[in-house]
Design a protein around this ligand. Structure first.
Ligand code: F6R
Length: 613
């Protein structure tokens, strides 16, 4: 939610900032803006409703030369998406400029206080209040720019990743973080600040992930990191783990399509190095560390949001099925505001692609405060969740840029399968023979997905048939149920067609009333434990004249007699079903969205990293 990028160094800042904003556009695209500061102490601010391309048009051929600059791409929270509410925001005297990702929760009280002191505000944003506060502190105290920022932040409640420029000190760039992500890139006599490492990787691989409560002060080419209470911290420099090609489209029309096609590799990267077939062993350092606890574990609680919650639901089936551990799967947003019964004997698994989702972070804090052990399953290295949890496993899907999650979901499921197997082995609930069978099967999954991807043309035709449908129903049972939920979510978020996922047997308790000859019903009916039951559900849909699209196991010709369309996937172990059956549903939603001329990678109202609750 909102992307920030800033540069100070020997190059022209504006093109670096604009390019960085394009890389961060997945975080929000309601408006974009830049502030540029040159040594003559002139601050140029350009901002525009819409995308970074609209901002570029607005800037046109104006002079943008400056060695210091910052930019923002917005996902609106406080105030409508318009030019005035777009960042950067200026202080009343125009001396300071700020960009911000997060929410200042006490902005109302601060605004009232500042109004009483004569401040006038142009926008409806919480961010403008913060820069006026900095101006007020600077004006009334004998302090430097940096001290004014630090002192102001002690008065702020909420989440922020901010960058501030001052006309008084054009040689300075100040960034600060609490609850929203911030990465500092360290180049040769130049520094970068961004919400994630994607705007930085083409200039340097050396980065520092700022911690909550830290401030980065860049003066010329010197970086100093301090805490809000003024303690100097030595920067901990790490290397970016991905390459430039991982964040470019590589010939695909959309990031989403590229990421769907990357799944054979991303799944392999998620299990490679963790599976040892000869001795049927799984190495997951985070799980191994808790071996004793796992043997006596009473309960697992899985928390996540959206697609990550769907992966959690797969996890519930896996942990119960394989490791015989009771599991509850919770929406992080609900969990955090309930009074959940949770304690030292609970093992909480937090699942998040971005590692920054505000609700998931808050749910982790709550579970932690009750003494639970927290395990993170995250994709973005160095993000907040892996740094908050006791242990964890990265999913190794690589950067996911398309707003709709695809390869991150299958990588999460891969990690959960391995975790469930590892726990099962530790608890003795699985035989070595069975474990070996499943691990062998895991190794075949990338190739099976390659085969599913070959059905792309058939799915494209199917998409053309149903692109104008008003509603879709997705049904599945067992491991097919989370797949149905995920298929429905993919369709609604990128094509804006209403879609619902349901356990197939639940259909007759309500949704069956929706079925008529206009209703496409996608049913996961592979030859697994619930096959016969799902076939009965298909008959029920057929009797109401629904249009039946079935995901079936290769070789199942019987199903053709009942279905209007069949998409075949290779036979697989039931636990692998979510990895394979999800792929055609991702492709179906992708092609429908393209045919409806929707913005596939940046669907309306959404942002990739939901850092507000
Ligand atoms: C759906 C989607 C969202 C995210 C959700 C959680 O395609 O992308 O539903 O899954 O916002 O995000 P993370 O996994 O980053 O915590």
């Amino acid at each position: 939610m909102c992307g920030i990028v800033a540069y100070i160094g020997h190059r022209d800042a504006c093109p670096i900032v604009l390019k960085g904003l394009k890389r961060l556009e997945y975080r929000g695209y309601d408006s974009a803006g830049v502030a540029l500061l040159d040594s003559s102490k002139e601050m140029k601010v350009y901002k525009k409703t819409g995308k970074v391309a609209d901002l570029e048009n607005e800037i046109g051929s104006r002079d943008t030369s400056a060695f210091t600059g910052m930019g923002h791409t917005r996902w609106a929270t406080h105030g409508a998406p318009n030019d005035v509410n777009a960042h950067p925001h200026l202080s009343g005297d125009g001396e300071f400029a700020i960009i911000h990702n997060g929410i200042i929760e006490n902005y109302g009280a601060l605004k009232e206080m500042l109004k009483k002191r004569g401040h006038e505000f142009k926008s409806e944003t919480d961010t403008e209040v913060l820069i006026h506060l900095i101006e007020e502190v600077y004006k009334n105290n004998p302090v430097t720019f940096e001290e004014a920022v630090r002192m102001s932040l002690t008065q702020v409640v909420g989440a922020y990743a901010i960058v501030i420029l001052s006309k008084k000190d054009p040689n300075y760039l100040i960034g600060a973080k609490k609850g929203s992500p911030m990465v500092i890139g360290i180049g040769e006599n130049e520094h970068f600040i961004a919400s994630d490492a994607t705007p930085i990787v083409e200039y340097t691989r050396n980065v520092v992930y700022l911690n909550d409560g830290e401030i980065a002060i860049i003066e010329g080419s010197e970086l100093t990191i301090k805490t809000v209470d003024n303690t100097i911290k030595p920067p901990y420099i790490t290397a970016i783990e991905f390459n430039l090609e991982n964040i470019e489209k590589g010939g695909y029309e959309h990031f989403m399509l590229k990421e769907i096609y990357e799944q054979p590799r991303s799944i392999m990267d998620s299990f490679r190095g963790r599976i040892h077939l000869p001795d049927a062993r799984i190495t997951m350092a985070g799980i191994d560390k808790y071996e004793d606890k796992i043997k006596n574990i009473q309960r697992i609680v899985i928390i996540g949001c959206g697609t990550s919650w769907h992966a959690g639901l797969v996890g519930e089936y896996l942990f119960e099925d394989l490791a015989r551990i009771p599991v509850e799967v919770e929406y992080a947003s609900e969990f955090r505001y309930r009074n959940p019964v949770i304690g030292e004997n609970d093992f909480v698994i937090a699942i998040s692609q971005s590692g920054e989702t505000a609700d998931t972070l808050a749910a982790i804090e709550l579970a932690k405060s009750k003494g639970a052990t927290i395990f993170g399953v995250c994709n973005v290295v160095g993000s907040s969740i892996p740094r908050t949890t006791d242990a964890g496993a990265y999913t190794h899907a690589g950067p996911e840029i398309g707003v709709a999650s695809t390869k991150a979901f299958t990588a999460q499921v891969t990690a959960l399968i391995l975790m469930a197997l590892s726990m099962a082995q530790k608890k003795g609930t699985i035989s070595t023979q069975r474990l070996r069978e499943i691990l062998n099967e895991m190794e075949t999954v990338p190739e099976k997905i390659e085969r599913v991807l070959k059905t792309d043309d058939q799915i494209k035709e199917l998409a053309a048939t149903y692109k104008d449908a008003k509603n879709f129903l997705y049904l599945g049972r067992g491991y097919g149920f989370p797949v149905a939920l995920e298929g429905a979510l993919k369709l609604k978020e990128i094509s804006y067609i209403h879609a619902e996922g349901y356990p197939a047997a639940e259909m007759k308790h309500g949704p069956i009333a929706l079925i008529d000859e206009e209703m496409p019903v996608v049913i996961i009916a592979t030859q697994h434990s619930n096959y016969e039951k799902v076939v009965s559900n298909i008959q029920e849909v057929k009797a109401r004249k629904g249009k039946i699209i079935v995901i079936a196991t290769e070789g199942d010709t019987h199903i053709q007699e009942m279905a209007d369309h069949v998409i075949y996937i290779p036979a697989c172990e039931e636990v692998m079903l979510p990895l394979i059956a999800t792929i055609p549903l991702q492709l179906l939603s992708y092609h429908i969205a393209v045919l409806r001329e929707c913005n596939v990678d940046q669907p309306r109202n959404l942002a990739k990293s939901v850092t507000v609750e």
